[in-house]
Design a protein around this ligand. Sequence first.
Ligand code: ATP
Length: 228
Amino acid sequence: MLEVWELTKYYGKNLAVDRVSFQVPDGQIGILLGPNGAGKSTIIKSIAGLLRYTGQIRINGILSKELEAKRIFGYVPEIPAMFDALTVREHIEYMKMAYSSDITEEEVDALLERFELQDKQDKMGSELSKGMMQKVSICCALAVKPRVILFDEPMVGLDPQAIKELKEVILELKRQQVTVLISTHMLEMVEELWDIMYVMKKGKIIGSYRKEEVGNKDLDDLFFEMTG
Ligand code: ATP
């Protein structure tokens, strides 16, 4: 279980995330849904260990700060950061080294194969399209064998085919019992993915829903109800 409790983040005097608490059970897909500026990225980055914050983040009851947080969370940023002078394979090997992952060469091969990157493994970061960068970014996140994978606005800038492939990857991760947290402002993009959804506005969670509670209720109505 990923548990976030009273997470609060100020940028200077600007309160970006205001005592946000939520949970994502193991092996489920959680969504942070809300407009730009709602605080979603700040939450994702805080969980990933990239920002200082107040509040608590726990995995199965243990504070993430006490765990080797870097190896528990895989983080796929909204804008993938690639090294121009590293190849696709070297990006994954860099993650292995930086995060002391025990991923084997065979497992790296399998990742490259899964993401259809075998024949692109020698391409440099500077030569990659946005879609390909995202695939490399996901491989890098998976190279640490995370228990929780964090996607920040993963569908932005992708073409429909890439979105379809990404959704398959996310559902595959769920089948492998990896917990997934996705931030998005596009409700329609996560319709078939979510188990638990938190709707955000101005740094707060203003509504939470479980898939089984919503049943057949139209999601657009739901979103309007929560944000309108
Ligand atoms: P978006 O999809 O646009 O990133 P978001 O819901 O992810 O939106 P955040 O990026 O977390 O929202 O931003 C929440 C608030 O914090 C906004 O008011 C934003 O302007 C502010 N903010 C975000 N990053 C910084 C930063 N590095 N410095 C100062 N303010 C920031």
